[in-house]
Write a new protein. Sequence first.
Length: 123
Amino acid sequence: MKTYDDNNIFAKILRGEIPNDTVYEDDHVLAFRDINPQAPVHVLVIPKGAYVDMTDFSANASDAELTAYFRALAKIANLLGVEDDGYRLISNTGKNGEQDVPHLHVHIAGGRRLRRMLQPSED
Ligand code: DGP
């Protein structure tokens, strides 16, 4: 099992040590705009609990955390106004998934037609 790093950037955001542009918050979930948006709408949705990635979260989160998280994803897409035209949810996991920040996050990307996924690796 991967060890959670308390010093990752999203842990610092959750502790209020780094500012963020919050779009949604409840007891279990925080959603904020990505600092480097790849689409007109690009929001990161994170659980408040300390989970490295989706593997960790799905195995170890409580039922309340799991329910809150997945309900929030759809609610936030609706709040962002991307529900009708569609959007993409992405959760990069681990090295091959190109996960940069080791705190579970799902990207909500939309607001334009997105390219097809999974370009070949450059290396
Ligand atoms: P990933 O590669 O899936 O781990 O995505 C990490 C995302 O986090 C990336 O799209 C950029 C975003 N990001 C990194 N640091 C910050 C930050 O300090 N604030 C915000 N809002 N987003 C950040």
